[in-house]
Design a protein around this ligand. Structure first.
Ligand code: SF4
Length: 768
């Protein structure tokens, strides 16, 4: 007897992320091997939650009808509608959710859960880990029984949903490993070209050995976990994997992984990365890569997960793995470390078992290894986990995490910062703490929504922020990201956290506050965009400038600005690294920018290296140029232009912003010395909440024979009064027009460094 089975792989956007398609691929292969008709489709939603997603859902519905499936199988469902509608119109059709370690629960329309019930560990502390083999075997038995028209009641690992009630079945069958050869060729449902699949998952040991008890943490003290639900009682409190690691003999694991790799690279030659599904693979990683090389597995990148403390503790094993990769011509990447937050309060809530200091030590180790070994990577795939938002998060917690991210250049680790928030499921201790504290809700509050769907995770339980300020912060973070994009997100979150900490409204006042800030932001974007792209009569003259390549510096600075954006994205700053970045530039204008370039002893040597190939400039706080000899040596070395940051028109405000007494006077002296030494000068003015009279910059620029550039960084402005900031920009433009001072205005966001002021004779047709 054969069954028609449809496997559905949904993605919240046209991006595969790190979802392991080889899990369902294996179940599909088993079904075909057992003589069933099995098809598998990747379904890429547009992520717009409207017309695009609806069109994808229609195509999925058509695919289901075409397949005439008796059983629909998915491992995550965030849009049940097309599946449930098909089930309603196709008599006898059933929907099964299969889980391999992730949290799942029945949702409307699902008939069967495979892998939800795992059974307790021998010690009884928590529930067992579940492996692909156990779930695949349970699923295989289910399909056979279904095809034979048999009763599904007593199947190991299979729970049924009857009258919306979960009827738990027997725990999963024991783990019996066997060769894995997943179906790799999938049908695709998408509105546009699907992503090329270059990354595939291979399966090692299931579960996670981290087994700390969350109930020892303050948030969980006295919390009673239910007995009628299987809960992951050990490990990180938001994770369903912790507390049990089903370790097999390393040689067996290595042989299985090499065989899986060979199968995938033969069947899907576009694969460049293999994701190791094993939370503790460092123990055998060197052996694995060596064995793969010996077996003729073509060069590939091995992506592995590791806790921050493990990376530091097992450094010797990592060194061995890097050596093995180097000699085999392969590479490896720690693609996933669960950082979650850089706030010790939040880490305790998550029962992460590490401190911020531990995490920073791990990042330092990653960077040192990558600097020393080309075969090692840690920030390309960027699967590292950050969960900025949970019911207990306060604006102060948010501020701590963002401050650490900015101070230590941690933006490089994350694909996006503020979009990820906690997902709650009943099998997680943190879910029950949320229930106790009244954070669980029947539905998402108006205007609020979970993050799961957008990313393609299984539907989660709705919850609310317990601090109204954080709810406002969440809304403002979404608003700023939607208006200003993801570039500069750290600065956006800095501004949001700073504002929310001072806000004293309640939930009822959030909508009005959000609207007020949105209106101010739109006014500011309106005026800066007009001055950048649509000038008219009566507007000030444009600056003389050319596009320039930026050599970014991340070293020291002799100022202490609270909102310094120049540290948030790490780059090695040693002489070799900077020379390499300079050498990678094409001929043409160059600007050295980031932190304080004049703090480098080799700056003038770097300038001299390039001066012959085009205008060479620097973005600086100007203080060192106050020493005339240095200014003259700089122009003699070939420095043709300087963009000098004056943090306010008046000394007291400027010194307060840079947090250095006397810095403003030195910067002005530096400007004069540079002009005297023949450099073309631009005054770089930050739009800053502390500045009372922004228009005063026009006179300063005129007195220094300089053009003016306005930086419009959201964190320096703050969110308190964006409408006033827009008015200040308009007043500055009017004053510059009166004074005929050339003015360039940057967009709301990170400062633009890619322009160099030039003389009239160096101009080429420019556009901002
Ligand atoms: S989050 Fe990571 S370290 Fe924590 S329990 Fe889950 S797999 Fe283990």
């Amino acid at each position: 007897m054969s069954l028609r089975v449809g496997f559905v792989l949904p993605y919240g956007q046209r991006d595969d992320g790190f979802f392991p398609d080889t899990f369902l691929g294996q179940l599909c292969a088993d079904a075909r091997a057992d003589g069933h008709v099995a098809r598998i489709a990747r379904v890429y939603y547009e992520g717009d939650r409207s017309a695009g997603d609806a069109a994808v859902a229609d195509r999925l519905a058509a695919w289901l009808d075409d397949g005439d499936f008796e059983l629909i199988v998915a491992e995550r469902i965030f849009d049940p509608a097309p599946l449930v509608a098909y089930r309603a119109r196709r008599a006898g059709a059933m929907i099964a959710l299969v889980a391999r370690g992730d949290s799942i629960e029945a949702i409307d329309g699902v008939d069967l859960l495979v892998g939800a019930v795992r059974g307790a560990t021998r010690a009884g502390h928590t529930r067992q880990a579940s492996s692909i083999w156990q779930v695949a075997d349970a699923f295989r038995t289910l399909v056979a029984r279904r095809a034979a028209g048999g009763d599904l009641a007593d199947l190991a690992g299979v729970s049924r949903i009857i009258d919306e009630q979960l009827v738990a079945g027997a725990p999963l069958p024991p783990l019996v490993a066997r060769p894995l050869a997943p179906v790799l060729d999938h049908e695709v449902i998408a509105l546009g070209p699907p992503p090329v699949i270059t990354r595939r998952t291979i399966f090692g040991n299931p579960g996670c050995p981290y087994a700390a008890d969350p109930l020892t943490q303050p948030l969980y003290r006295g919390l009673r976990l239910p007995d009628d639900v299987e809960v992951a009682r050990r490990g990180c409190a938001f994770c369903s994997m912790g507390g049990d690691y089903a370790r097999r003999v390393d040689a067996e694991v290595v042989a299985s992984l090499v065989a899986q790799a060979q199968h995938i690279l033969r069947g899907a030659p576009a694969t460049r990365e293999l994701v190791l599904d094993d939370q503790a693979s460092l123990r055998y990683l060197a052996e694995l890569i060596g064995a793969a090389g010996d077996a003729g597995v073509p060069p590939v990148r091995w992506l592995f997960a590791a806790r921050s403390d493990t990376l530091v503790r097992e450094r010797a094993r990592l060194d061995d793995a890097i050596a093995a990769a180097t000699s085999a011509g392969h590479s490896l990447e720690v693609y996933l470390t669960g950082f979650e937050a850089f706030s010790d309060a939040e880490l305790a809530r998550y029962n992460k078992g590490v401190t911020v200091e531990d995490q920073l030590a791990a990042v330092a180790a990653m960077r040192a290894l990558a600097r020393a070994h080309p075969a090692f990577h840690y920030a390309d795939a960027r699967g590292h986990s950050l969960i900025l938002w949970n019911p207990w998060t306060t604006p102060e917690d948010l501020a701590d995490t963002i401050a650490a991210i900015r101070a230590h250049g941690l933006v490089e680790l994350f694909d996006e910062l503020g979009r990820n928030r906690l997902r709650l499921y009943p099998d997680l201790p943190i879910h029950h703490a949320a229930a106790r504290d009244g954070a669980l809700t029947e539905a998402w509050d108006d205007g609020d929504r979970g993050a799961g769907r957008g990313k393609g995770y299984h539907r989660e339980r709705p919850w609310r922020f317990l601090d109204a300020r954080t709810r406002l912060a969440w809304e403002l973070a979404e608003l700023l990201r939607a208006r200003l994009g993801r570039d500069g997100e750290a600065a956006q979150l800095h501004a949001v956290a700073a504002f929310a900490q001072t806000w004293r409204g309640d939930t009822a006042a959030i909508a009005a506050e959000r609207a007020r800030i949105a209106a101010g932001l739109d006014a500011l974007i309106g005026v800066t965009d007009r001055l950048a792209h649509r000038r008219g009569p009566g507007d000030p003259p444009r600056g003389r400038q050319r596009r320039a390549q930026v050599v970014r510096l991340t070293g020291a600075c002799n100022n202490g600005c609270a909102t310094c954006p120049n540290r948030e994205r790490y780059l090695p700053d040693d002489a070799d690294a900077v020379r390499a970045r300079l050498a990678a530039c094409d001929a043409g204008p160059i600007v050295f920018a980031g932190r304080e370039p004049t703090m480098r002893d080799d700056l003038l040597a770097l300038v001299a290296r390039r001066a012959t190939t085009g205008p060479t400039g620097v973005v600086s706080n100007g203080r060192r140029f106050a020493y005339r000899a240095y200014a003259e040596a700089a122009t003699a070395a070939g420095l043709s232009a300087a963009s000098i940051k004056l943090f306010a028109p008046d000394a007291s405000t400027a010194d307060r912003v840079s947090r250095v007494d006397g810095a403003h006077a030195q910067a002005l002296a530096g400007c004069r010395a540079l002009r005297a030494a023949g450099a073309i000068l631009e005054i770089r003015a930050p739009l800053h909440a502390a500045i009372v009279d922004l228009a005063a910059y026009a006179e300063i620029a005129r007195s220094l024979d300089a053009q003016l550039r306005l930086d419009v960084a959201i964190d320096a402005i703050g969110l308190a009064d964006l409408a006033a900031a827009a008015a200040a920009v308009t007043a500055l433009a009017a004053r510059c027009a009166t004074e005929q001072v050339p003015l360039e205005v940057g967009p709301v966001g990170p400062a633009l460094h890619g322009w160099i002021p030039v003389g009239a004779d160096e101009l080429v047709p420019s556009a901002t």
